[in-house]
Design a protein around this ligand. Structure first.
Ligand code: HEM
Length: 282
């Protein structure tokens, strides 16, 4: 969770700054006979302040990459990032005199809006997904450990099946118990192992809890009792793998939005520079 009581000071101060800036803008707009403009002294001041806040937001990246630059806590930086980023919105809108401007400015506004929207989506995901992850998954596994946990689940399943069937990929032609061994081996190699070996866990019958229950019930009635313990082990391993699939997907969402937010903020930097140069010199 990222939004909690410790945000109160930031929320209250941000509201005060928004009210003060709005009052400043109203007075300035009333006293501008030709209407507010980004090039007027007040318009420029608003633009410079808004840009300074955006640059301050971008410093979060620098802070993350430079571990030596250990000023403040990660949570403190994130709070500053969120509220300074949001405060840049009224400043930039007032700088633009609540207009969209020419084509370059329109693109700039669109990129800016997308950064703010993706940032808000990111906050919402970081706020709620960890809770969903905790409630749907019994033991949360760190994201980068997921592949190694998957490998060890597959190794345990291989071992469980091999211990009752011998080699995994050989077929036995002996009658009697060998039929059951072949049955279990084929079930494992065709239905279970591909799911355990897959990277995303999509498109497999045992990847769905209900289909897995039906398949395990079917094979259970065909196999003698001495194979049931192995089936139970496989069923538990499949359940754990399904949890990891969900966890992988949630992690993907939790971090995937940054793939939009970060490149957009780089684009904003370049377009913002172009806008400043064009407005000042042409
Ligand atoms: C012009 C404004 C903004 C710029 C230039 C900007 C830029 C960035 C950059 C470059 C990062 C990546 C940091 C990193 O991991 O290296 C980031 C992360 C993030 N931004 Fe923004 N951002 C802006 C506004 C916002 C706003 C308004 C919000 C929320 C309402 C927001 C929420 C976030 C969040 C939650 C992260 C993830 C931080 C983490 O998980 O450590 N951003 N932003």
């Amino acid at each position: 969770m990222i939004i909690d009581r410790t945000h109160r000071t930031w929320i209250v101060s941000s509201c005060v700054v928004v009210i003060a800036t709005t009052a400043w803008y109203v007075v300035y707009a009333k006293n501008s006979p030709d209407g507010p403009s980004g090039g007027s002294p007040t318009g420029l001041a608003l633009g410079i302040l808004g840009t300074a806040l955006m640059i301050a937001c971008g410093l979060l990246s620098v802070r993350k990459r430079l571990s030596r630059w250990a000023i403040g806590t990660a949570r403190g930086w994130l709070k500053a990032h969120i509220y300074l980023g949001l405060l840049s919105v009224p400043l930039i809108l007032f700088h633009a005199g609540l207009r969209l401007g020419g084509p370059l400015e329109q693109v700039l506004m669109l990129v800016f809006a997308l950064i703010i929207i993706s940032g808000l989506i990111g906050v919402a995901l970081q706020q709620y997904l960890p809770r969903v992850m905790k409630s749907t998954i019994s033991a949360e596994t760190a994201y980068d450990q997921i592949p190694s946990v998957c490998r060890s689940l597959r190794a345990s399943a291989d071992e469980a099946v091999s211990s009752v069937c011998g080699g995994l990929f050989e077929t036995t032609s002996e009658p009697g118990a060998a039929d059951s061994q072949n049955d279990l081996r084929q079930f494992y190699v065709r239905q279970v192992r591909p799911f355990l070996a897959s990277t995303d866990g999509r498109g497999f019958a045992v990847g769905s809890a209900s289909q897995a229950a039906a398949l395990f019930a079917q094979i259970r009635v065909r196999l003698p009792e001495n194979f049931h313990e192995t089936l139970d082990q496989l069923s538990t391993i499949c359940r754990e793998r399904r949890h990891l699939v969900v966890q992988h997907r949630l992690h993907h969402w939790l971090h995937g939005w940054l793939l939009l937010h970060i490149p957009l903020s780089m684009t904003l930097l370049v377009l913002g520079l172009a806008h400043a140069i064009m407005s000042l010199y042409y």
